[in-house]
Design a protein around this ligand. Sequence first.
Ligand code: X2X
Length: 338
Amino acid sequence: MHHFRKLAVAAIAAIAAPCFAAPAIAAEYKSEYTVSTVLPAPFPWGIAADKWVELVKERSQGRINLKIYSNSQLVSGDQTKEFAAMRQGIIDMAVGSTINWSPQVKELNIFSMPFLMPDYAAMDRITQGPVGKELFAILRKRGVEPLGWAENGFRQVTNSKHEIHTPDDLAGLKIRVVGSPLYNDIFTALGANPTQMSWADAKPALTTKAVDGQENPISVFKIAKIATVGQQYMTRWNYVNDPLIFAVNKRVWESFTPEDQKLLRQAAIDAGAVGIKASREGDEAALKEIKAEGVTITELTPQEREAFVKKTRGVYAEWAKKIGPDLVKAAEQAVAQK
Ligand code: X2X
C-alpha cells in the first residue's frame, strides 16, 4: 500500500513537472558545498558555522548540504588566502574573520582600528548600521555574496613575561600577530616586536618560546589552552573586536534559486546570532576559568588605557586614509551615537 502510494506520487510528479515552474528541481546543485573556517567548535566561531550547516540542512529538507573544513585546511593553513580562494571558487563558502580577509579587502580593517569600538553595543551599531551595509556592498563588488555576521570577540594581549600596564611593558616583547599589516603597525608603535604568522603556527611558536606573546579573544585563549604554553599574563584592553562574516562565492550564489538564497541568508543570520551569544557569554565564563588556572588578568584604569590609545593615534590616522576617511568617519559616528 505504502509502496503503491509512493509510485503514484512519483508518477504524478513526473507528469506534472513540465507544467510547473519547479524552482527546487530546476537548479543544478552540488551534492555538497565546501565551507572554510579557522576555529572549529567548541570555539564560538565553529559553533556559528556548525549551526549554519544544521539550519540549512533542516530548512531545505536535506537538499542543500554544507560541509565545514576548519583550521584553514582548504588554503593549506594560510587563513589570509581564504578570501581569494572563495572569490576564485576554489572554496564555495566561508565563515571568515574580517582580519583574515582584510589583506584583500582593505575596508575590513575598520574593525582592527585600535580602540575604535569601546563595547559590544558600539560594535553592533557598526555591523548592523550603514557601515555594515557599505562593507557588504564592497564584498559583493569583489565577487562574494555576504549573508550575515558572527563574532570571534574582543582581542586581548597576553604574554609569558610580566603584566602589561603601560606601553613600556610591551617594549621589546616578541608578539605573534595576525595577517593584516595594521597589526604590525600597532605593535610596532607600542614598542613591541611583532611577527606575523598563521594560527596553525602560533601555538607551536608560543610553546617553543619563539615568541613571548599573542593576542586573541578570551574564549579562544581558554579553549585553545594557551595558558598551558606559558602565557600567564593577560591585559584586558579590548583594543579591537574581530567579527566574522558568512559569505558565498558569487557564481555559487547565483546557482541557487531566490527561495534558496533567502533560506541560506536567513540561516546565516540565525546561526550568527547563536555564535555571537556563544562568543560574548563564552568570554565571560572563560575569564573566570582562566583566572582559576592562575592567569593574571590585568584590568587597565582609564588613564592607563589612554596611554595605549595615544601611542596608536598615528597608526589610526594613517590607516584611516587607507581604509577610506568617509567609512572611518561613519564608523566613528556609529560609535558616538548611543
Ligand atoms: O589567527 C587568529 O588569531 C584567529 C584564530 O583569531 C583568527 O583567525 C583571526
